[in-house]
Write a protein that binds this ligand. Sequence first.
Ligand code: ATP
Length: 246
Amino acid sequence: MPAELRELTVRVSTRRWKDTVLDAVDLVVPDGKITALLGESGCGKSMAAAALTGSLPASARSKGQVLIEGAPVKGQREWQRLRDGTVGRLPQAGITAFDPEATVGEQLRVLEERHGRWTVARACAATRYPTEMADLYPKQHSGGQIQRAALAAALLPRPRVLIADEPTASLDADTAYNVWAALRRYADTGAAVLVITHDVPMLADTKIADHVALMRTGKIVATGDLTTLAALDDPYVRGFFQPTAY
Ligand SMILES: Nc1ncnc2c1ncn2[C@@H]1O[C@H](COP(=O)(O)OP(=O)(O)OP(=O)(O)O)[C@@H](O)[C@H]1O
């Protein structure tokens, strides 16, 4: 299995505040599939993404294992190597993927040259990033444009594992569908893709995710395909899916 959290518990502790943000989480992100991670705001989805990319905040302490390609990852040096082409992350705020002082195009070209895998043209076409924007600085983009640029940046190294944190949050429905389709095509090349999303209606309409995992207050409470989950006889799970009525 390319990416996995095994019994992972994460506690954050600051001077003002302490909390268990992931509680014995088991999560498998298989090859060639899209796994959608759902749950209410603040339940720990981004923390799970951070754990899978070795980027938990400094205030976090963890117990349990993170496995990439079947092996437990030990230490920041190994994470640095994995983040350089094996594990990719699309951050929740796409703009944070870029240096504010250089144009988006320059930064995409650096990734193309460094990894020698996807071309900038291919990554931009896959994500529907309008290439005429590439000469602009990150802050000159709209939320949706920079999110697509950040996805292009995440795809350029052609990572085996891609963790996308709300990749369609600021997109109109049509563009969002195109980004989901790009993620689907990417998973179909054999990559393991985890997508954090609140877009249950899109998942229900398109059936684009193979698996769904539902989190609640730091725990995974249900996993399976969307139709099975939505039909579960658990009041919380039922309540979560009910508004979309399918
Ligand atoms: N950098 C951080 N340092 C300390 N605690 C944090 C940090 N980031 C998030 N948290 C806390 O961890 C918990 C889980 O947050 P997380 O960002 O994973 O939620 P989420 O499910 O991704 O929410 P949303 O859907 O709103 O993005 C929250 O209680 C949050 O306050």
